[in-house]
Write a protein that binds this ligand. Structure first.
Ligand code: MG
Length: 222
């Protein structure tokens, strides 16, 4: 039997579809030599990629270059289709922080061959998420500060005001394609500063206010 994966902090919500947005911050698009997109870049992760606070990111042997990408994560609370941007925030159940873990070498090869990113983005534990706070704790999702440290060294520090497509537009856009369901997650893209992680690294992702943290340890696949 398939065991549901709870979204911690949000009563009775389990993880549904995991939507992710690529290249949603101009400086990050630039650091990977990507053009700034004119509509959201969307990909999915499998539910098996979910990991929780205080657990491990398992580094697969298939990759020699695995990167952290700290991201604001939205949990959807209501079913919706074709949601106008002006109503989109009403569909949010809560906010968390997550890491879009990426096997950069596998992704680069996929990009070179115009292949999908499912493998590069989809290994077990490649979607660690924090405990969430309910939506009423966030006045404005475009006024949040994100930080990621590796062994206490700051690697990423960004602000959601710099998103190319704000949260309301992302929900509206996705809902024009997919019926959104309670428990669906949206990883909203990463600011600049992505870098490799290695066995034994202690990785901490933080949202400033409301304060949310996610701590994971990287370890090599056995
Ligand atoms: Mg990302």
């Amino acid at each position: 039997m398939r065991m549901p994966k709870p979204i911690r902090g949000l009563d009775e919500l389990n993880v549904g579809t995991i939507f992710c947005i690529g290249r949603n911050y101009a400086k990050h698009a630039k650091e990977l030599n990507n053009a700034v997109p004119d509509e959201p870049v969307v990909f999915l992760k499998p539910e098996s990629a979910i990991a929780y606070d205080k657990s491990a990111i398992v580094l697969p042997q298939r990759s020699k270059e695995i990167h952290h990408e700290v991201e604001l994560v939205i949990a959807i609370g209501r079913q919706g289709k074709n949601i106008p941007p002006a109503q989109a925030l009403q569909y949010i159940a809560g906010y968390g922080i997550g890491i879009d873990v990426t096997a950069r070498d596998i992704q680069q090869k996929a990009k070179d061959n115009a292949h999908p990113w499912s493998v590069a983005k989809g290994f077990d534990t490649f979607a660690p998420i924090s405990t969430f706070v309910t939506a009423n704790r966030v006045q404005d999702p475009q006024d949040l500060e994100l930080k990621l440290t590796v062994n206490d060294e700051v690697r990423q520090h960004g602000f959601t005001k710099d998103m190319l497509f704000p949260v309301a537009d992302l929900i509206s856009y996705l809902s024009g394609i997919f019926t959104l369901q309670p428990g669906d997650l949206i990883f909203t893209g990463t600011p600049e500063g992505v870098s490799p992680i290695a066995d034994g690294d202690h990785i901490k992702a933080e949202l400033a206010d409301p304060e949310i943290t996610l701590e994971v340890k990287a370890r090599n696949e056995a």
